[in-house]
Design a protein around this ligand. Structure first.
Ligand SMILES: Nc1ncnc2c1ncn2[C@@H]1O[C@H](COP(=O)(O)OP(=O)(O)O)[C@@H](O)[C@H]1O
Ligand SMILES: [Mg+2]
Length: 269
């Protein structure tokens, strides 16, 4: 049913034109005919090897890259048709947390300003200082972090700041593009727990772009597998780990011994 879909991605394609030599140029078909949806409160993981088009899909959803064809539909409305307040509402509703918190946080801004900025941008009417304290607390940082600069925080703390900044907009969905890759294992586990508890409390949807199958196992409801720009498999998480249908999905799972124990199942040819 259309009403219950928060975001629908329909037949999305993106071809990048890369300037070559004197008169040459080449084309990269980064995303080809990608279709899937994200429901309120669920986590869809997009997985696939490097350069399979995952981040480009995320950037198109965030409005950072324009698709060559196809569309992103937010609550029944194509985002390219949104203007003014509609576009502002969409930008507020869909936030992002990227892989490298170091480059995604402005090094010249204090943590408090990084978190208060979206409150101002989206016209928060309450008390910004109180909201700042609340957001720091929610992501597990003490009040003393407010006055720090990003370089005075560890990688995990910076990723918590990036999450607080995303939450400041009270989003309906967050695109998480490799949010754990820059962090060590213990911190990854803590951030996964934080993201899950925020989802349980606020009903946020996540689009989890990752090649980390441990995170997929811990967080996802559904899995979309991309290979060379195309979706090659869509499955519920349990089904995906129990019996991946596409040879490329099997290859992804078999490459990660920690997941291990692929059960015997029919290979669909
Ligand atoms: N701005 C860009 N200009 C040209 N090529 C790009 C651009 N962004 C991504 N690509 C290319 O598109 C393909 C898919 O990239 P990406 O979506 O980043 O994949 P993934 O996130 O799965 O690693 C890659 O071949 C990449 O080099
Ligand atoms: Mg990527």
């Amino acid at each position: 049913m259309q009403e219950c879909e928060l975001i629908q991605v329909k037949n999305l394609s993106k071809t990048f034109t890369v300037p070559g030599g004197f008169t040459q140029r080449s084309y990269i078909e980064a995303v080809k005919d990608v279709t899937f949806s994200l429901q309120p409160g669920e986590t869809v993981a997009i997985i696939g090897e490097s350069a399979s088009g995952k981040s480009t899909v995320g950037k198109i959803i965030l409005g950072l890259v324009k698709p060559s064809s196809g569309e992103v539909i937010y609550r029944g409305q194509p985002i390219h048709s949104l203007k003014g307040n509609g576009m502002r509402a969409y930008r507020k509703a869909v936030q992002a947390v990227f892989q490298d918190p170091h480059s995604s946080l402005n090094p010249k801004m204090r943590i408090e300003d990084i978190i208060i900025e979206p409150l101002r941008n989206f016209g928060y009417r309450g008390d910004c200082r109180r909201r700042l304290s609340y957001l720091l607390e929610v992501v597990g940082l003490s009040g003393e972090f407010a006055a720090r600069f990003p370089h005075q925080c560890s990688g995990g703390q910076k990723q918590r700041v990036a999450i607080a900044r995303a939450l400041a907009a009270e989003p309906e969905a967050i695109v998480l593009d490799e949010p754990l890759s820059a962090l060590d294992m213990t911190i990854q586990t803590q951030i996964i727990a934080l993201l899950k508890s925020l989802q349980a409390e606020h009903g946020i949807s996540y689009l989890l772009i990752t090649h980390d199958l441990r995170a997929v196992k811990a967080m996802a409801d559904r899995v979309v597998v991309m290979y060379k720009g195309r979706v090659v498999e869509k499955a519920g998480k349990e089904e995906f780990f129990r019996c991946p249908a596409h040879p490329h999905s099997r290859a992804l799972l078999e490459a990660i011994p920690v997941i291990g124990g692929l059960q015997q199942c029919k290979v669909i040819i």
